[in-house]
Structures are given as C-alpha cells and as structure tokens.
Design a binder for this molecule. Sequence first.
Ligand code: R5P
Length: 291
Amino acid sequence: MGKLSVIAGKSSEELAKKIAKRLRGSLTSVQNVTFPDGETKVTLQGNLSNQKIIVVQSTNPPVDTNLIQLLALVAKAKETASNVVVVIPYMGYARQDKEFLPGEIVTMKMLAKLLGGIGASEIITVDIHSKVGLEYFKIKTRNVTAIPELVKYFKKMNLKDLLVVSPDRGGTERAAEFAKSLKVDYIALEKQRDRKTGKVQIMTKDVGDISKRDLILVDDMISTGGSIVKAAKFLKKQKCGRIFVACTHGLLVNNAEEKIQKAGVEEIVSTNTIPGKTSNVDVSAIIAKSI
Ligand code: R5P
C-alpha cells in the first residue's frame, strides 16, 4: 500500500486512477446509489488508513450532485487523515465569483467556506475560470494550467500560417501564453454577454487580413458553445482557413458540439478534467506534479 490514498470520485474516476498511478498511491473507488427521491448514498469501496488523502472529483454537470458527493468524500477523508488534498479538476461555479447584478449570491465564496469547514487542507484545480474565486479560500489553493499539454497536441498537427484567437478580452492572457508556446501571433475578439439573457455578441469589426490562415480558438471552458459559435461564424466571414478549438474544460451542454461543428470548426480538443468525446488531452501529469 502506498503512502497516500487517492479517492476516485465518480465524476473523475479515470483521471483519479491515472493520478494514483503516477503518485504510486493506493486507489479507493466510490459507489453511489441514487434513491428515488434524488438523494445519493456515497460508499467507499475499501478502508482508508493513510494520513494523506487526495480526493479527486470535478464538479461538472450534474453540478450540484457532483458537488455534494465531493463534500461527502472530503468529510469522510477528514475522519482518517490530517492532510486532505482536494483536487477539483473542473471547478463548477467558478464563474459566480462576483456580485455582477444586485442580489446575486457569490457562490464561490460559499463554496470556499464549505470546503474549508469540512476539513479540506488544500485545493488544487486546473485553469479555473478566474482566480478571483480562489481568493475566498482561507486554505492553500493552487491553479495549474493545462495549456502546455494542449499545446503539445497542436504541435503534432500541420497547421498553416497559424494564429491563436481568444473569443473574448478576458482570455487574452491565455491566448498569449498559448501563442508564445507555439511561437505564433494571437488576437483577442471583443465579446459582449447580456448578463440577464446570457446572449453573446461579437463586437469586433476588424481583425486585419486573416484569409486562409489556420486558427486555434482558445478558451478555458465551453458550456453551451455560444461564445465559440459566435466567434467561429465571425472568423469564417473573414475568410480564414481551418478553425480548431482548444479548451481545458469541455462541458459541451445542449448539443454544443454539433452547433460548433455546424459553425465550421474542424475539431474540438479538450482535456480529461471532464471526460467526454473531445477530451483527448490528459492532465494527470500536471496534477500529480503539483501534489
Ligand atoms: C466566459 O468568459 C468563459 O471563458 C467562456 O467563454 C464561457 O463561459 C463559455 O460559455 P458558453 O460555451 O456557454 O458560451
């Protein structure tokens, strides 16, 4: 038995196995039973004995179900271990980090209190939407980036006169880092989102001559695909070459994948912070390294 235990939450089972293997830790699986009223009973498949326990569970959809299971696992781990490292590869609610409209609850603030209160010693996450959310935690937090792993994937492709594009100004830093690793240029579009309806518009009018250039649209996450669809349609109008999409977290809800393909995107590449059809990039090495 290794010196540390990894608890594989159901939303991140495969990733947790990979992390445990890299850390030479023992792996504890979880069984969930959902009762007719919607409650989940979470059961550990084995005993915990190590003083250091890593809990791995993303809070992707169903967000609240995965969140309550994460909290249950952390509380259980704390009964045995003094050191409970909580790995939340995809941190749901990270976009709710400010009171954008009066009365809105800053859910990240509440989550920070909850996780700290039930005994998390440290939080590790990957490409959190905004680092503001981490400022609410009183315990140590670390945000690791999947950009180098995503870049490796694209380096193997034969892309022509490549340009990296962020669909919004908020993603400028990310696009710059991506472009720097690929030794190419980048631009950021201007996106406007209606805070009440969620509707997205691209406000940029001119991006210069991008005709026939291959593009990688880079974002932290794709949820409904609205941002990427609007950006891809705009870029296609500028007569660009092929469009590829790179993101860390491919939530891809409401047929997002189909909508993005219809908008003219060749391929969507995401990581296994959320397992799915497009999650071809593995983040277990960067997470294991941070532990
Ligand atoms: C927003 O600023 C984020 O970085 C993403 O662009 C956004 O959350 C993606 O959501 P959707 O796919 O629904 O447009």
